[in-house]
Design a protein around this ligand. Sequence first.
Ligand code: GAR
Length: 207
Amino acid sequence: MKNLGILLSGRGSNFEAIARNVAAGKIPAKIAVVVSNREEAPGLARAREMGLTARFIPSKGKEREAYDRDVVAALEEAQVDLVCLAGFMRILSPYFIRAFPRRILNIHPALLPAFPGLDAQKQALEYGAKFSGCTVHIVDEGVDTGPIVCQAVVPVLDDDTAETLAARILKEEHRIYSQAICLMLEDKVRIEGRRALITPWKYGQTP
Ligand code: GAR
């Protein structure tokens, strides 16, 4: 059984969706550790309620790499195979990325490479995009730049606010993050240059 490490900074709804699919046996892995850089993150409290190993690792006053060394140590201690960033609002240092080469996933609430960075849903709305969505990608040393594993598209409606659009996107996030995790765990993702090529699977094999 492979081990997942989940990193979050806030609400943790993506973490919860992953945890539900793990509990239902739809993701063939165990959540070995949940780490937050914010003590008050609701996702951290939720992880504790679920009886998972949940660690607050404070980032205040620490340089990026020093902080990442602490997080990497916690992930290694938990023997994590795949790291999932789930609303973890920090940029990872090259040290972190080299510790888990091609073994870190991130979810971003836009169709990358459109609207990277913060407030992606607001960016899409203000730009006037007619469609947006979400992207699960492998983390490399750039910001929101690594090979794309899964994407889902949603329409942007005329009466959308950033909040209503974010809610529509979030539903898809919860669906495709688990899919991408399964593909990675089952070694179905092959990287060729920028492209993450997926070995076809039988319908119904993944959530
Ligand atoms: C999600 O919408 C995720 O895509 C986004 O933060 C939210 C976290 O929600 N991540 C980013 O914007 C990363 N650049 P959650 O805590 O409920 O999973």
